[in-house]
Design a protein. Structure first.
Length: 335
């Protein structure tokens, strides 16, 4: 029964149970413990490793994220490991959210093919990560053909190169802003009244804090210069309202501590936070900022590769427990 739930329904169940940890199965073959890889093919070893990690972390994890690159890297054997891992999750842990991370971004007919591969050929995938800078409507084949599935669009990523584009400010005329928000809502051009409602809903508090908008009634946008990532967050929120769902979310790197509070006040969508653990992002900062909003904190290497010895699975479970408890304890602190 659980396997038929939509992405949002499964995520909401995990949030209700207080499970915000997403374990990243970024299974690099070269990093596997020798006790796993010895005597097995690369695909067999990856499959065995993944199953051990899942079995020892599932009590604390609300989701699992598999990075497609590490499976493609091993060719046919890697894809078999990916398929088998997904099948195992679907059969044994159907309540967990399963995300395929490959940051897809292409034109409509290519996205149709990707959607069929992920949601029809592969078993048990609930959501994907995507690069929305080709335009959100390019992903229409996903929500049209698979309306129960989720999409996490890149907002502000955790890599240091994000400042080259994502942190740049946009310069828009009022007409351009009306058109861009209208596009996000499915209209060719949004009328001023509709735009005012949308704008006030998402950004009024933000703009008041930043003192960048003084006349809401006339929608004077000359002083509003959002960054690229802010514009993406606004568009994804508008897309959810257009679709009447909560299946579109944002990827926001936990390493961006300077922008984290602003992001939390700007968004009402589900958020996937990479960058915690080996990359240095703070669990406490994310939890404190997001409060009761839906979010998943992804931790990969510091959990799955916590040990290279025979105790690798036990150590992974212990790492997942520590992270889960830290999230729970932080959420319990009254600000």
């Amino acid at each position: 029964m659980n396997e038929k739930l939509s992405f949002w329904d499964k995520l909401a169940q995990q949030m209700k149970q207080g499970r915000h940890l997403c374990v990243g199965l970024d299974t690099e073959y070269e990093k596997l413990p020798k006790c796993v890889s010895t005597g097995l093919s690369d695909g067999e070893a990856m499959r065995a490793f993944n199953i051990d990690i899942v079995n020892n972390t599932t009590f604390y994890a609300g989701a699992y994220k598999l990075n497609l690159a590490f499976y493609l890297q091993r060719g046919e054997n890697g894809l078999c490991a990916l398929h088998d891992t997904l099948s195992y999750l679907q059969e044994h842990y159907p309540e967990q959210v399963v995300i395929l991370d490959f940051k897809v971004g292409d034109i409509g007919n290519t996205n149709t093919a990707w959607a069929d591969f992920v949601f029809r050929v592969l078993p048990g995938v609930d959501a994907i990560t995507a690069t929305g800078y080709v335009g959100l409507n390019a992903f229409a084949p996903l929500w049209q053909n698979y309306p129960e599935k989720g999409i996490f669009f890149l907002g502000l990523t955790s890599n240091p190169e994000n400042k080259e584009l994502q942190l740049q400010s946009l310069s828009m005329t009022e007409e351009m802003m009306l058109q861009s928000f209208g596009f996000a809502c499915g209209n060719k051009v949004m009328d001023r009244e509709c735009f005012t409602d949308l704008f006030n809903c998402n950004l009024r508090d933000y703009c008041e804090r930043k003192n960048i908008l003084t006349d809401y009634k006339s929608v004077n946008l000359r002083y509003y210069l959002p960054t690229v990532w802010q514009d993406m967050v606004i568009r994804v929120g508008a897309l959810n309202r257009k679709l009447g769902s909560k299946n579109c979310g944002i990827v926001f790197g936990a390493t961006n501590s300077t922008q984290l509070q602003d992001y939390a006040k700007l968004t009402d969508t589900a958020t996937l936070f990479p960058g915690v653990g080996a990359q240095g992002g703070s669990v406490q900062e994310v939890v404190t900022a997001m409060k009761d909003k839906p979010f998943l904190i992804n931790v990969s290497r510091s959990i799955i590769f916590a040990s290279s010895g025979t105790d690798y699975a036990i150590r992974a479970g212990a790492g997942a427990k520590i992270c889960h408890q830290l999230i729970v304890e932080t959420k319990g602190v009254k600000s």
